[in-house]
Design a protein around this ligand. Sequence first.
Ligand SMILES: [Zn+2]
Length: 439
Amino acid sequence: MKSRIIITAFLLVALSSLFLPLLAHEDQPRNIISVEKNLRLEKKLRTLALELDLLFEWEGRIYILADDDDLRTLDRLNIRYVNESYKFPALNPDQLRAQGGLNGAYHSYQELAADLGILQLSYPRLARLFKIGTTLENRKILALKISDNVSLDEDEPEVLFLGCHHAREWISVEVPLLLARYLLENYAADARIRRIVNQSEVWVVPLVNPDGLEYTIHYYRYWRKNRRLNADGTYGADINRNYGYAWGYDSTGSSPEPASEIYRGSAPFSEPETQAVRDLVLGKHFQAMITYHSFSQDILYPWGYTEIPTDKNQLLDDIAANMSRLMQPVNGRVYKYGEAGALLYLTNGDATDWTFGTSGIPSYTFELPPVDQLQGGFFNAEQDIGPIFNENLPAALYLIEWSIQNFGPGAGQPQERNKRAVFPYKTKAPEKQARFQDK
Ligand SMILES: [Zn+2]
């Protein structure tokens, strides 16, 4: 009985995935238009939110993916708009597939869970799937562990890869997922990969924010936060402002206002997503960490909450420089690197400050391509997934090998492992102009 239900469910999923792309192709051609952002208009747009595909806000205007029906609706409501498609040559409106349920080649929560399950089934000796938390909307936060003797907790350096704290940063799911696949699929044939997998324990959490991701697929492509219903009736806490190191340090790097895009939550680790990452990290001995975001092509290291460098600045910078140097030849793209608070903008309560602040391990925020809003911002074409992963692969492999060299068997400095670093918050950082919040 149970198996019949499973088979039926499987068939339904398989059938719907066959037909949905057909439906999507029936869509009318779409344009990227913009309307002035003001209160009166915002109210009007909000009542239309389920019909209109709001893409993003930029320089005082709201950008919308609109087909002919949408344009007629705007005309009827006397809302003036400008066609902006020409401004975004990297954004093909027909490929955005934003609102309405389909995210194309990008993974939904269900698709990701299925693919992680398949990896575990296909490589039972090397891959093991863990549920590390449950979201507010009852979705699982999944982690895939990759190592030889995967069911054992061996004395090997552990390295963590996180994706998609921010819902709209779809590419940040794909890169860590593809890394997991790459390690598993190349284990048998590639001696370097076999050595890496045998001598380390790699943990991959491609989707820290499943509720947010689903919301971007079905309702609003530009959603960033999780789906916490706040006390004032607004939704969402910024998961990457909710970690417990320098949480709420100032109101530049995070906000106390629930409606804000960078709302830090009601308390450190108030959100199930940060609790899940925290508990995973505290239960292990990670030696290095990368958390993927988009966009701007940066490699950022702590601190985020202040421009004052850490006492390991040279090490953090050397590793970042090496990673960037390895990435550049793949597709020619340059990833800038530097201290987060100095290079990009100030943040407090983010993942890298917490892992570095509590464990002292090299911790990096990767801002994936594109480099700016005009090149597509949070929207990457489906055909960009492969090249972006390819250029990120050497950096990820380098960081794992760095961990093996420094903390693996025979590294000869176990006393250094996971040493606790305590850095008091000394001075208030200067106010800094926030730009696009992508970190
Ligand atoms: Zn982000």
